[in-house]
Design a protein around this ligand. Structure first.
Ligand SMILES: Nc1ncnc2c1ncn2[C@@H]1O[C@H](COP(=O)(O)OP(=O)(O)O)[C@@H](O)[C@H]1O
Ligand SMILES: [Mg+2]
Length: 263
């Protein structure tokens, strides 16, 4: 699935659906599968990707690179031998910069064009964590990608937002790889994944279960696939990564037992 699509944007119009968690964990999974991976936080306004990798106060981020022309190499942090992270700033911008939506989109799109043309050659996969909503940041990130993955939760507001998100990505002529249905609890009141897939006209790539180890991992400033790599969500992320790389995931004996007794 990723052969032709090197730059993947993890998107959804809704905040809190699981974009950043998915971007961080997929990036680690790809790196564990031997792919040279870059994950970049394009959510400049309310960045959080760095926190998943222990980058609580990085000296240079994408924000300084864009606003102050710092070299991009200063904002690239090594997480493991195959994974590099470009965080964005956690501080808030108090300076008011008037600019129309079109101007902001054009500025960011031009910037990503130059940046990604250079970086794409150095990596097998580039993952973009994106801002929620339909604004300059999220639109520019979608435009910078080859394909998107939509993150949704199994409830009506999230499904409606995701439907709009998929329509928007198609309008921008981006390939929609599918939906990651996150925080699945298998409760009777939840929307069924087949129904969400059908109404979005897109396939469900993966169901990531509700897993409190995710919040624990974030508190430890680590992606869950490294913090607790046998947890339910970690296994789901490893399967998702394998699917995107076109190979079938072979569960370990522990994972098979866990699946049978669903702990
Ligand atoms: N599968 C999950 N199970 C439990 N909690 C989750 C799960 N996915 C995300 N979360 C929680 O939801 C919060 C928001 O997720 P995040 O990835 O930051 O969303 P977004 O980037 O879309 O705003 C996280 O801080 C995490 O605590
Ligand atoms: Mg986020």
């Amino acid at each position: 699935m990723l052969k032709k699509n090197k730059v993947i944007a993890i998107t959804s119009p809704k905040g809190g659906s699981g974009k950043t968690t998915t971007a961080a964990n997929l990036a680690v999974v790809f790196s564990l599968y031997g792919k040279k991976t870059l994950v970049l936080d394009t959510n400049i306004g309310t960045a959080s990707l760095g926190l998943h990798f222990g980058l609580t106060n990085p000296p240079v981020t994408l924000k300084e690179v864009i606003d102050k022309n710092f070299p991009i190499t200063n904002a690239i942090y090594t997480y493991n031998s195959k994974l590099h992270v470009i965080p964005s700033a956690l501080s808030i911008e108090l300076r008011y910069k008037p600019a129309t939506l079109q101007e902001r989109i054009r500025r960011l799109t031009d910037y990503y064009d130059i940046l990604l043309t250079r970086l794409v050659q150095k990596y097998d996969i580039v993952i973009l964590d994106t801002a929620p909503g339909f604004n300059a940041e999220s639109i520019a990130a979608i435009l910078a990608s080859d394909a998107i993955i939509m993150v949704a939760n199994p409830d009506l507001p999230s499904a409606i937002a995701a439907t709009k998100g998929v329509e928007y990505a198609k309008l921008l002529k981006r390939n929609v790889l599918g939906i990651v249905l996150n925080r699945v609890k298998h409760k009777s009141y939840e929307l069924k994944s087949e129904d969400i897939g059908r109404s979005l006209g897109s396939r469900i790539l993966s169901e990531i279960p509700e897993d409190e180890n995710i919040a624990r991992a974030i508190a430890h400033k680590m992606p869950i696939v490294d913090f607790k790599n046998m947890s339910k969500a970690s296994i789901a992320y490893k399967k998702l990564g394998a699917k995107l790389l076109n190979f079938s995931y072979k569960p370990t004996i522990f994972e098979m037992i866990r699946g049978i007794i669903s702990i």
